[in-house]
Design a protein around this ligand. Structure first.
Ligand code: SF4
Length: 95
């Protein structure tokens, strides 16, 4: 599925459920400074994501878009990169 389709799915979910908490509270919690990955604010953001009705669409979009900054769908950039690397490795083994 294309990045545009995933982005459309995220927008559709936002239209259905309304603005998520990351858009209505302090956005800095979702975009911490480098090296701040385990701060209280980041832990709070990740916990809030787990309650968000947009989690699946948000996470899939960020993975496909290769977002390198911020918390998306409860995952930070390092976690997303690990998932992508594992997926790429699995795809190579399957060929
Ligand atoms: S799951 Fe995505 S949309 Fe929902 S609060 Fe987290 S970052 Fe925001």
């Amino acid at each position: 599925m294309s990045i545009f389709k995933h982005y459309g799915n995220l927008l559709a979910a936002m239209e259905k459920h309304g603005d998520p908490i990351c858009r209505t509270t302090d956005p800095d919690a979702w975009f911490p400074e480098a090296g701040d990955g385990h701060s209280r604010a980041v832990r709070y953001a990740k916990e809030m994501c787990l309650e968000c009705p947009l989690l699946v669409e948000c996470r899939l979009y960020a993975l496909v878009a290769e977002e390198q900054h911020g918390i998306w769908g409860g995952l930070d950039a390092m976690q997303r990169n690990k998932i992508r690397a594992a997926k790429n490795k699995a795809a190579k083994i399957a060929v």
